[in-house]
Design a protein around this ligand. Structure first.
Ligand code: COA
Length: 330
């Protein structure tokens, strides 16, 4: 097996996951270079200024069905952000950057607010002194996460931010290429990402881990599924016919978090599935992808299962926006 390298603008994904932050990574994608300290502080300030839930969106949220799926809720709420923009169709670069920053800053709030709304809990106002990842967990749970959990989520967001011309990014590009608006482009991209063969696979992985009763049962489970020609969620990739570089990092993170949070059996089941897949189908170039170990990681961070895919949406808004900016620039 040969290894593929994933880079954002020439910087290895591992470097960014280890030394950067989600906000800094998005700056890199939107500007083609890393920021200075001052530029990063300014960019973080602009994102944080958009953490608040707009009052008209809060009214909409209040009447949304509590039984709605969060992936549908965030798609609708992102689309609704276009209703309160006095100039939703502007496509000049300054406007697009401003709108993208607004969506980036508000998306975690929309998701956390919907989760609390459906559970009948009071909404938690954002804390603008916190990073996007830490503030999301704070608004979701009503208490500040430990630094380890905040860092883990931040690393997940970095790893999920961009990935070339994948299906949802292609969708965003197709929509914006008609000189449509950023709200339509990102709403369409969410619809694409939600599918179980794309970003929805992380939820499928967790369901699978729940169906496997013990580590010892993993091999038989995989063999039975493959014999029925079923797909194993979290494996295979249109581009990678080798180990997904993002999975390399998520595997390490998942193991550490699983140990810390008493979820080691999830990690061990995942390893057993990986082993069984290596024997059965590695010859076809099918290895774990980004979604495989992100399932255990998100579970250990404490996210409810149906927030896994919307969490991917929050990170990918950075990448979709970068592509929209690029498309409109040239
Ligand atoms: N489990 C079992 N077999 C798989 C598989 C998986 N996850 N992914 C691919 N295969 C098999 C196919 O059945 C096919 O076998 P065949 O040649 O005997 O018919 C072969 O590998 C090629 O599959 P194909 O669907 O053509 O690969 P692709 O590159 O077009 O598909 C995905 C890529 C991502 C759509 C596919 O691997 C998949 O559905 N994975 C599961 C969902 C997932 O994790 N998605 C997240 C991607 S980041």
């Amino acid at each position: 097996m040969y290894k593929r390298q994933l880079e954002y603008l020439g910087i290895a994904i591992g470097e960014l996951a280890t030394h950067s932050t989600f906000e800094e990574t998005v700056y890199l994608l939107w500007n083609g270079r890393l920021p200075t300290r001052g530029e990063l502080a300014e960019f973080e300030g602009k994102i944080r200024a958009n953490y608040d839930l707009p009052p008209r969106i809060a009214e909409l949220l209040a009447v949304m069905p509590k039984e709605a799926q969060p992936a549908h809720a965030i798609r609708t709420l992102i689309s609704a952000m276009g209703l309160i923009d006095p100039k939703p169709n502007s496509t000049d670069l300054a406007s697009i950057r401003e709108k993208a920053t607004r969506l980036l800053g508000v998306a975690p709030t929309l998701l956390a607010a919907f989760d609390r709304h459906r559970k009948g809990k009071a909404l938690v106002a954002p804390n603008k002194t916190l990073s996007l990842a830490e503030n999301f967990l704070y608004m979701l749970n009503g208490e500040r996460p430990t630094p380890t959990m905040a860092k883990a989520l931040d690393v997940c967001l970095v790893l999920h931010t961009d990935h070339g011309l994948n299906n949802s990014t292609f969708t965003a590009r197709v929509i914006i290429s008609t000189m449509s608006d950023i709200y339509s482009a990102i709403t369409g991209a969410i619809g694409s990402l939600r599918g179980p063969l794309h970003g929805g696979a992380n939820e499928g992985v967790m369901v699978m881990l729940g169906e496997i009763p013990s580590v010892g049962a993993a091999k038989g489970y995989v063999e039975e599924k493959l014999a029925r020609k079923d797909k194993i969620m979290g494996f295979g990739h249109r581009v990678y016919k080798s180990y997904d570089p993002r999975a390399t990092h998520l595997k390490v993170l998942a193991k550490q978090l699983a140990e810390d949070t008493g979820n080691i059996s999830l990690y061990e089941k995942s390893s057993a599935i990986e082993e069984a897949m290596a024997t059965a189908v590695a010859a076809k170039g099918i290895y774990p992808n980004v979604d495989f170990y992100s399932a255990t990681t998100y579970h250990c961070i404490g996210l409810p299962l149906d927030l896994f895919t919307p969490m991917f949406v929050v990170g990918r808004i950075g990448g979709w926006s970068a592509h929209i900016i690029e498309q409109l620039s040239d």
